[in-house]
Design a binder for this molecule. Sequence first.
Ligand code: FES
Ligand code: FES
Length: 175
Amino acid sequence: MNMAIVEEKRTVSEQAIDLEVNGEAHRLSVQPQWTLLHVLQEKLGLTGTKEFCGEGACGACTVIMDGRPVLSCMMLAIECSGKTIETVEGIAKANHPLIEAYIKHSCMQCGFCTPGFVVTAKALLDRNPNPTVDEIKEAMVGNLCRCGTYPAHIKAIQEAAAVLKVTAPTGGARP
Ligand code: FES
Ligand code: FES
């Protein structure tokens, strides 16, 4: 006996969201289950933000949202409409001193965790232009590096802070 196989096709309705990413406004159509990380990588081609654990445990996917670091693998894109996002690409494009300091102090081996560290460090320096070692350690506690590059990050962040101090007339952080 022939059995009819009925293929059920489920359609997932997409919804429009507005995001400002690295200073550029975007209107995007997203599915409800898509993460912010997925949208940054697949819809905007911003592959600098990395997925390591995919479950909020490593910090590799960190971006800055409305001024604070968030884990983009844990955010639904649909809930981010109207937000302002900064990724490692924006930080590099702005020639933030962290980039030079990270290169100078060889903060990467495989480099997979590096964008998340840079983004978290940028958020730290934005709110605290002159962090102590303990404050740096506290801010970076959510970023994991399997290659063990931790000491180099502290030196690089301190150096970037010193450069910002010299280049920012008011002594504050650059945007
Ligand atoms: S990939 Fe998001 S926290 Fe690890
Ligand atoms: S440099 Fe390899 S995981 Fe950090």
